[in-house]
Ligand binder design. Structure first.
Ligand SMILES: [Zn+2]
Ligand SMILES: [Zn+2]
Length: 256
């Protein structure tokens, strides 16, 4: 069974009821993290089960708690069979290493291994034991990857942060059981702003429709901007007929 937890749903600024982006996948006593923007990664990960961390990009709302998490792993690292693997875009490793060092001075980081990814459009990140991870370059203000996870149980795609209608993302999201998609702007937001690296309600719906995803989960949204969730769903519904879920922090689901 594959279990997915959306640890945080906020945009760049955390709010009382929203921490920022992090997704946790659990399967066969192993844990996989996508992004580290939520403080919950410190409490919801098991240091001995955490196997891989996939970083989308270097904005603080996606990496802020990575340093503290590595400090937490240090205290049990002697019991680990293998280092924790951190996947990131080529060129991002040096920034992440500097950031981790602030939290772990004078500690040998032998229990951390970086894997830098050369992905211009689409690429396979990892493939083993029935698990296949792919990544696509997003349309965002900073070089960014979006990751899809395929297991025998099903497929989950994490599309944050990105503008909608990105050909690479739609391709690797194809036939997802769950497309977890960001949504920063309302449909009515002027196009010149929404082109700056985030999606609208309608854009998230468009990606779900074009990728033939069975379920669409909305995350990375401002709870104050979208107080009327019925309106939010109606805007997405203009593009997408499938099931729409607006995530709250700690939304958890299983496949099958
Ligand atoms: Zn973000
Ligand atoms: Zn960002």
């Amino acid at each position: 069974m594959l279990k997915v937890k959306i640890l945080g749903t906020a945009t760049a600024v955390p709010r009382w009821k929203q921490s920022r982006t992090a997704f946790l996948l659990e399967r066969d006593n192993k844990q996989f993290l996508v992004d580290c923007g939520s403080r919950r990664i410190l409490y919801k990960t098991n240091p001995l089960s955490l196997s891989k961390i996939f970083i989308s990009h270097l904005h603080a709302d996606h990496i802020q708690y990575l340093g503290l998490l590595i400090l937490k792993l240090f205290f049990t690292h002697l019991f680990r069979a293998k280092p924790v693997e951190i996947y990131c875009l080529r060129g991002h490793k040096k920034y992440l290493q500097h950031y981790i060092r602030i939290f772990t001075p004078a500690i040998k980081l032998k229990f951390v291994e970086f894997i830098e990814l050369d992905i211009k459009n689409i690429g396979t990140v990892f493939q083993n034991n029935g698990m296949e991870v792919s990544a696509a370059r997003a349309t965002h203000a900073h070089p960014t990857l979006c990751y899809s996870f395929k297991f025998p149980e099903g497929k989950v795609m994490f599309a944050s942060d990105t503008c909608a209608n990105n050909r690479n993302i739609i391709k690797i999201a194809k036939n997802s059981d769950y497309l977890i998609h960001e949504c920063v702007f309302r449909s009515s937001f002027p196009k010149q702003y929404s082109k700056r690296g985030h999606s609208t309600t309608r854009g998230a719906g468009l990606d779900a429709r074009l990728s033939h995803s069975k379920n669409l989960i909305i995350t990375h949204y401002n709870i104050n901007r979208f107080k009327d969730r019925k309106k939010m769903v109606a805007e997405i519904r203009d593009e997408y007929d499938g099931k729409i879920i607006i995530a709250d922090d700690m939304l958890t689901f299983s496949i099958p």
